[in-house]
Write a protein that binds this ligand. Structure first.
Ligand code: RP5
Length: 165
């Protein structure tokens, strides 16, 4: 997949399969709206373990600050990646067909103490919030991004109707 901006990526949005893109594109879109340089990659814990290992080990050295990892089913990717880097890892449980993403959620959320994964909601909401949370982490040391994030939140507030017409 292509780089989202010309600037060096600060967030890596990774997923276990191209079939996860329909969900994970929402993380990419919100990062794009907030002007956060990021990259998107397919990195499977099960099908491409060497690619996953290499990506996670190199991530910090390449300048990435936060990783967003989405996977479905027996979703080992976020936890495995978290075990290979000290970067913050945000896990997005992708909604699976068989178990509606409960399998993904349970696979990602219940990490043993010592290797954290910040687990988001199942599906689109989780992907959006992972993007927003990654931006919030970066905004701690980026006042311009903090201002854009505040604008985003204000616009969201302003868009809420007072009555369900
Ligand atoms: C996981 O298996 C992926 O994250 C995906 O959610 C799920 C199904 O993958 P495909 O069979 O659609 O490639 O590893």
């Amino acid at each position: 997949m292509t780089e989202q901006t010309a600037a060096p990526p600060r967030v890596g949005v990774i997923m276990g399969s191209t079939s996860d893109w329909e969900t994970m594109r929402h993380a990419s879109e919100v990062l794009g709206k907030l002007g956060v340089a990021h990259e998107t990659r397919v990195v499977s814990a099960h099908r491409t373990p060497t690619r996953m290992y290499d990506y996670a080990q190199a991530a910090a050295g390449r300048g990435l600050k936060v990783l967003i990892a989405g996977a479905g089913g027996a979703a080992a990717l976020p936890g495995m990646v978290a075990s290979l880097t000290v970067l913050p890892v945000l896990g997005v449980p992708v909604e699976s067909h068989a178990l509606k993403g409960m399998d993904s959620l349970m696979s990602i959320v219940q990490m043993p103490g010592g290797i954290p994964v910040g687990t988001l909601a199942i599906g689109k909401a989780g992907a959006i919030n992972a993007g927003l949370l990654a931006a919030a982490i970066l905004a701690l040391e980026d006042p311009a991004l903090a201002a854009r994030l505040a604008e985003f939140r204000q616009a969201q507030t302003d868009a809420v109707a007072e009555a369900p017409v």
